[in-house]
Design a protein. Structure first.
Length: 241
């Protein structure tokens, strides 16, 4: 059962890690972490009366600008966890959300945060005169769970490839869904590398949308501590090991 405490704007949900969210090594996939973050943020905005349907009716969409997390231990298939999320204080049209996943004994597994904005549904611009500055509830959430954002620096040497945005990878806003960026990055790496290098953190900066049918150039590089992936002007991502 989902619980949203209106006094603290706290989302809480306990569940077992599902098979659909795990990779071949029974660990929670990086993209599944992002999906959980997004589901939490959507439930919070729905609770405030500015959820997806209301925003679309008014001509606006929620757009994620940045996501980051740190991982102490990746949960595995069937493991009971508790997910908590809460809102930070909005500023200048930026709306932060914070997330925390712990095991049955209350030990922290994953902590993370994301930054969201509101954009015009026609232009997908955040700067239009009609784009609202929402007055959302913003009491302080729990302390001590907020990870530092890691800087996504470009390596000196990298490879180049490309990938096309497919129908199955798009969302209701008509572009590549947020979590699929992480799948794109992870697909660049040999399976055996994933087996011996569980994720310890990730970050994605979203800069411009990727639309269905577009052929997106990807620059990427890999070493023992980081997978780096970028499409110039579109996004930059890093998975840490």
């Amino acid at each position: 059962m989902d619980i949203i405490n209106r006094d603290r704007i706290l989302y809480e949900k306990s569940f077992d890690i599902a098979m659909r969210d795990c990779d071949m090594f029974r660990r929670l996939r990086p993209s599944a972490v992002l999906t959980m973050f997004q589901d939490c943020s959507e439930d919070l905005t729905e609770n405030w009366g500015v959820g997806l349907d209301r925003m679309l009716d008014d001509g606006f969409i929620w757009v994620v600008a940045r996501v980051s997390c740190q991982v102490k231990t990746l949960p595995c298939h069937g493991q009971p966890v508790t997910f908590r999320g809460w809102a930070g204080r909005s500023q200048m049209g930026i709306y932060p959300y914070h997330y925390h996943i712990e095991d049955r004994e209350g030990r922290e597994l994953i902590s993370g945060n994301s930054l969201w904005t509101v954009a015009d549904i026609q232009t997908h611009s955040m700067m239009g005169a009609n784009v609202p500055r929402l007055e959302l509830p913003s009491p302080e959430g729990p302390d001590g769970f907020l990870p530092k954002m890691r800087f996504i620096s470009r390596p000196e040497a990298y490879e180049t490839t490309h990938r096309q945005v497919r129908y199955s990878e798009t969302d209701i806003n008509g572009h590549l869904t947020n979590a699929r960026y992480m799948d794109w990055a992870c697909d660049l790496v040999p399976q055996e590398f994933h087996k011996t290098h569980p994720m310890t953190g990730l970050r994605i900066d979203y800069r411009a949308e990727c639309r269905p049918g577009e052929d997106i150039p990807l620059d990427w590089a890999l070493d023992d501590t980081r997978l780096w992936c970028r499409s110039e002007g579109r996004f930059a991502a890093a998975v840490f090991f």
